[in-house]
Design a protein around this ligand. Structure first.
Ligand SMILES: Cc1cc2nc3c(=O)[nH]c(=O)nc-3n(C[C@H](O)[C@H](O)[C@H](O)COP(=O)(O)O)c2cc1C
Length: 363
């Protein structure tokens, strides 16, 4: 019997099946970061589609950390009513929903600031002071509080994809010599401070997770699999409720991303971009609920990931842009997502110009 449609307890939260919609931003919140009708309509399609756990697209925790126009915010009272409409609607369909909290750091559109001064061809970021860091930690705590007030079932810290937390973890970006830089433990201090702040605000029963890179996929240095394993162990010891394993940070190279960490074909799950990295993390934290995202498209891969206990939950983003009812389609016998990874949904040409849509299917 496939576990895919069986329930799963994530802490005290019962999920009706093993499917997760990975956080997917739409660029469609208004200029104040408040959700608009098309966003609610899209989430209604997802919830109708029977997804066990929906992770909402990233929300900024301070104006300064806003990553792009149209991003949703969770910074104060004004953001709560529409978020509440969203969570209420999702719950009516029996799905659960978690808020993803993020700070863009050096990639922020408002104030490029990160662990250290960082220069690229196109921009330079300033270095955050310890006072700035303390304020950011407070802001994560406040945003988590707002998320729970708005009815979310928990929060996910965005610790992946080269945003602020991922920048601090990377020794390519983080050159600090104080308590927030140097050794891996010190580079992880911002993350631990954020986690501890949220836990102290929300209490022991709250669901707090992270999206964490298994690897930045940079040619040299950066945050790699052995760092990820160590951070996963530390977070598990601290009491985190889940890790969603992702990848890709500063100086990542697409060809390295495609190959390093990919499982052998014989594993039955090499469609997942970094299944082998996930297996290593699983070995290090055998009891912690793990979620895997990226590249997963077919029923056989999903079953093999669950049957081999690599992860507990299967996460996808682009397949649900193409087919918000993909879980139902799988249930009725479809073997594979129709998404062909053309990436038009995230291309400069289309992204943000209309609400999330598969432009291959609906040109
Ligand atoms: C349109 C779009 C928006 C995204 N927004 C977010 C986001 O807000 N937060 C995040 O962690 N990842 C975001 N992602 C990345 C996805 O969550 C996911 O990690 C990635 O697409 C790989 O999964 P897939 O192969 O199933 O699409 C986004 C991806 C897409 C296509």
């Amino acid at each position: 019997m496939s576990k895919l449609f069986s329930a799963f307890m994530l802490g005290k939260l019962e999920l009706k099946n093993r499917f997760v919609r990975s956080a997917t931003t739409s660029y469609w919140s208004d200029e104040q970061g408040i959700l608009t009708d098309p966003i609610l309509d899209y989430y209604e399609q997802l919830a109708k589609g029977d997804i066990g756990l929906i992770i909402k697209g990233h929300s900024y925790i301070t104006e300064k950390g806003k990553a792009h126009t149209g991003q949703s915010g969770l910074i104060d009272e004004k953001h709560i009513p529409r978020m509440m409409e969203l969570t209420k609607m999702v719950h009516e369909y029996g799905s659960k929903i978690i808020a993803q909290l993020n700070h863009g750091g050096a990639t922020s559109s408002a104030d490029r600031a990160t662990a250290s001064v960082h220069k690229t061809e196109n921009w330079e970021s300033r270095e955050l002071s310890v006072e700035d860091i303390n304020n950011i930690v407070e802001d994560f705590g406040q945003a988590a509080d707002n998320a729970i007030k708005a009815g979310f079932d928990g929060v996910q810290i965005h610790g992946a994809h080269g945003y602020l937390v991922s920048q601090f973890l990377s020794d390519i970006v983080n050159k600090r010599e104080d308590d927030y830089g140097g050794t891996l433990e010190k580079r992880a201090r911002l993350l631990f401070d954020i986690y501890d702040k949220i836990r102290s605000k929300l209490g022991l029963d709250a669901i707090i997770g992270i999206k964490l890179n298994c690897d930045d996929f940079a040619p040299e240095n950066g945050f790699g699999i052995s760092d990820s394993i160590q951070v996963a162990k530390w977070l598990s010891d601290r009491g985190i409720d889940f890790i969603e394993i992702s990848g890709g940070g500063f100086q990542q190279k697409p060809e390295i991303r495609k190959t390093r960490g990919r499982a052998e074909e014989a594993s039955g799950y090499n469609e997942a971009t970094w299944g082998e990295h996930a297996r290593k993390i699983r070995d290090a934290v055998p009891k912690l609920p793990l979620i895997l995202v990226d590249g997963i498209r077919s029923r056989s891969t999903m079953n093999n990931l669950l049957d081999n206990k690599i992860v507990d939950l299967i996460s996808m983003s682009k397949p649900f842009i193409n087919e918000p009812d993909f879980v139902k389609l799988l249930k009725s016998g479809q073997e594979k997502a129709s998404c062909i990874d053309c990436r038009k949904c995230i291309s400069r040409e289309y992204f943000g110009k209309t609400m999330l849509r598969c432009f291959h299917r609906f040109p």
